[in-house]
Design a protein around this ligand. Structure first.
Ligand SMILES: O=c1ccn([C@@H]2O[C@H](COP(=O)(O)O)[C@@H](O)[C@H]2O)c(=O)[nH]1
Length: 237
């Protein structure tokens, strides 16, 4: 069964440990380490999660000049993560430098983490993008443009809303990874997310990975919430 990626957005390692205690030890999860916990605990949080057998998507969304991103990626390459990312808005040169950094940091081995790029954050609406970023095209056109730049830079895929998956795969390649946050089961609060999709719809549309945070982490019964989302994501009744 495909595993939803759980966004471990907690303020400390202790809180993550308490959260993980709710899952059977043999359940190996795919978890997302983002800025909130990484800036508190540093790389040790990744090493600890790996030592427990969980797969890690390191979601630091690097966005800086190419050389800085390349050097940072060399460090990330040593953390044994399954996947990591940058912002496509950093440009093709920056994305290519990120890939070089990952390759060099992994000793040019075949086994490097998947590298994907954020297109438009799922918390961004078309109206906001037009007004604040002064990008005067549709949100979908902007996402596809970022996805094309990402592909040209040689990366594995993008972070987008499931609402854009068909368009991206149709314009680029069916196997270009589309990882989709902004996932909300029916009747769950959108919060700050703008472009949301249910796990079932994400599956039907063709998302490769879904990322789910608060609907699991803030649930009264995280294990049950996780299992329900996992079943829906896999089309299990
Ligand atoms: O466009 C993006 C990129 C990353 N995220 C991250 O995914 C999770 C979503 O958490 P929820 O609680 O399910 O909203 C969060 O860690 C974000 O940093 C995203 O939402 N959108």
């Amino acid at each position: 069964m495909k595993r939803p990626i759980i966004a471990l957005d907690f303020p400390s390692k202790n809180e993550i440990a308490l959260f993980l205690e709710k899952f059977p030890v043999e359940e190996k999860l795919f978890v997302k380490v983002g800025m909130e916990i990484f800036y508190q605990e540093g790389p040790d949080i990744v090493k600890w999660l790996r030592s427990l057998g969980h797969d890690v998507f390191l979601d630091l969304k690097l966005h800086d000049i190419p050389n800085t991103v390349k050097q940072a990626m060399k460090g990330i390459a040593r953390l044994d993560v399954a996947m990591t990312n940058v912002h496509a808005a950093g440009g093709r040169k920056m994305m290519a430098a990120a890939l070089e950094g990952l390759r060099e940091g992994s000793g040019n081995s075949q086994q490097i983490p998947k590298l994907i790029a954020v297109t438009q954050l799922t918390s961004t609406s078309e109206e906001q993008m037009n007004r604040e970023q002064l990008i005067k095209v549709s949100l979908k056109a902007s996402v596809v443009q970022y996805a094309k730049m990402t592909y040209q830079a040689g990366l594995d895929g993008v972070v987008c809303s499931a609402l854009e998956v068909e368009l991206i795969k149709g314009n680029i390649a069916p196997d270009f990874i589309c990882l989709t946050p902004g996932i909300r089961p029916r009747n769950s609060a959108a919060g700050d997310q703008e472009r949301i999709v249910t796990p079932e719809r994400a599956r039907k549309i063709g998302s490769d990975f879904i990322v789910v945070g608060r609907p699991i982490t803030q649930s009264e019964n995280p294990l049950m919430a996780y299992q329900q989302i996992k079943n829906e994501w896999n089309g299990v009744q």
